[in-house]
Every structure is written in structure tokens, then in C-alpha cells.
Design a protein around this ligand. Sequence first.
Ligand SMILES: NC(=O)c1ccc[n+]([C@@H]2O[C@H](COP(=O)([O-])OP(=O)(O)OC[C@H]3O[C@@H](n4cnc5c(N)ncnc54)[C@H](OP(=O)(O)O)[C@@H]3O)[C@@H](O)[C@H]2O)c1
Length: 228
Amino acid sequence: MQVMDERVGIDDQGQVSPRLRTIGIIGGTGALGRGLAFRLAAAGHQVRIGSRDPGRAKEAATLVDQRVTGASNVEVCASDLVVLAVPWPAHEQTVAGLREELEGRIVIDCVNPLGFDERGPFALAVDSGSAAEQAQQLLPGSAVVGAFHHISAELLLGGGELDADVLVLGDDRDAVEQVIALADSMTGLRGVFAGRLRNAGQVEALTANLIAVNRRYRGQSGIRVTGI
Ligand SMILES: NC(=O)c1ccc[n+]([C@@H]2O[C@H](COP(=O)([O-])OP(=O)(O)OC[C@H]3O[C@@H](n4cnc5c(N)ncnc54)[C@H](OP(=O)(O)O)[C@@H]3O)[C@@H](O)[C@H]2O)c1
């Protein structure tokens, strides 16, 4: 894995790294939050795991990486970029409860509204169209960007090489570019613009297909966009 000098953003090849950011992760004690924290810290970013229980966040942070810290969900909102990594049933209440704290922030929504039954995973119908659009409606003062829906937490936490694209969706061009740059800064990932937020529903739903692929082939599938 590439080593970064966190203070100056120069990698071990002497190249100037992408801009280093402070990143807060709401629901960061979960599998995806910890996996993203691990990889983002490795890329040199300053990462804070958030939780409803700051003690749980601090405990998770120490286990992930010594550079990662833990705090309450409210506190981690004061970051350059804030990742939303809570389960779909907790999405509306969590987002609505942090509206003021998230004002003016870029909010990265990774949430996949999925159900599971005896026939496997399936996409849930969402009134707003998608989790990302629901977040944007609840957070009119924030720039919501959808990303990281298809990256397996298991792969992120496993520490092996990554090789995947991150589909990035949003209506705020600057916020989208910042999230693409963030994905690009993580070794083995590439950020790819995939449309406006109104296209987030099918991207979130596609995760049900990837989970079905994983179950059939016993793997950790991801997405690669070809031809660009
Ligand atoms: N797992 C993956 O591979 C993966 C990949 C891509 C996208 N995603 C999406 O990312 C999101 C997080 O996935 P995950 O697997 O990390 O989920 P998770 O482990 O089930 O939950 C993440 C965290 O959310 C918090 N949380 C749980 N219930 C809550 C509630 N009722 N209200 C507020 N916070 C609650 C918990 O943190 P505290 O108890 O510490 O507050 C928990 O550790 C999901 O929406 C999923 O669709 C997951």
C-alpha cells in the first residue's frame, strides 16, 4: 500500500498527493465505516469515526488504525466531507437529526435501501427515489453526493489490493469533483461521475445484484466501467 506523508501530502514516490481532507463518518463503527476509515487513513486523510456512543467510536477507531479517532456523530459532522454509513432503516431519522450540523457540508451517502428474504437480496422502493435523494431533501443546506455503494466492507477491511470504480452521483459539481478526488486518492479505486442524484436509485439497487453475485460465486464483486 502506498505510504503518504500526512503533513505535506507527498507520497513515497515524491509525488504531491491529492488534497488531504478531514473526513467524518456517521455510523462509522459499522463494517463499511471502519473499512472506509482504514483506507482513507492509509491515503493520508484525517478520519474521525462517529457513533451514537462516543465511547464505542473511540474503541472502534483504535482497532482500525492509530491515526483514526472516534467521537459522537454530532462532532464528526464538523469535517470537510461527511460520510453517511448507517443502515437504511436508520437513514431518515439520523439525517433529519443532524440537519443543522451538516449545513454547508458535503455529505457522501453510501446507503443502499435493500431488503432480504428467502429469495435473496432485493431493492426496496423509496418514496424520494433513492436514499441519496431522501438525504438531499432532508438536508437542503448540504451538498449530498452518492458514492461507495458497491465497495465491499469485507474487502476494505481485509487489507488486500482494491481494484474497482466508485460511481459518484450528485447535483453540485464542485462537491462531485471533491468526492471523485477522494475516491481517486484511495489506492486501487477510481471515482467515476455517474449522473445526477435522480439517477442514484438504480445505483443503490444494483448492490442487490452484486450481493447475489457474491453469494453465487463466493466472492467480493465490484464495478469497473470500461471504455472511458
Ligand atoms: N457493509 C458493506 O459492505 C456496505 C458496502 C456499501 C454500502 N453499504 C451501506 O452502508 C451502510 C452501512 O453499512 P454497514 O454494513 O456498515 O452497516 P451496520 O454495520 O449495520 O451499521 C453501521 C452503523 O450504523 C449505526 N446504527 C445502527 N443502527 C442505527 C440506528 N437505528 N440509528 C442510528 N445509527 C444506527 C451503528 O453505529 P453506532 O451504534 O455506533 O451508532 C452501526 O455500527 C448501509 O446503509 C449499507 O447499505 C454497506
